[in-house]
Design a protein around this ligand. Sequence first.
Ligand SMILES: [Zn+2]
Length: 117
Amino acid sequence: MFCSYCGEKLPDTALFCHKCGAKIGSAPTVANKVKLILDRASQVYLVNPPIKAVVNGTIYVSIENGHTETVELDPGPCVVELSGSFRKAKLEFDLQKDTVIQIGFNRISGKLTATIK
Ligand SMILES: [Zn+2]
């Protein structure tokens, strides 16, 4: 048989490839990340400091007015905490596919809004 990673010819009893070290009989591991896309609306009428996003308590992102930031994550429960201009918003959802979160300030109330598209 042959190594499915590097193509090296191997004894049929091999458990690991002696050339590249790959485990035999397992498919190559594919990184199964999903994208969390933080899309901040462009709002020109307001004083617009960056909105800070904390994803899963560990990933810190700063989103400028009209900008989009993308974070790659493992699928699963996702918590996004947003803060800007003393306003806060929090989203908790199950992230299973590429997801866009539309972020902005409500023009009337000034409230920070975050909507999963
Ligand atoms: Zn190999």
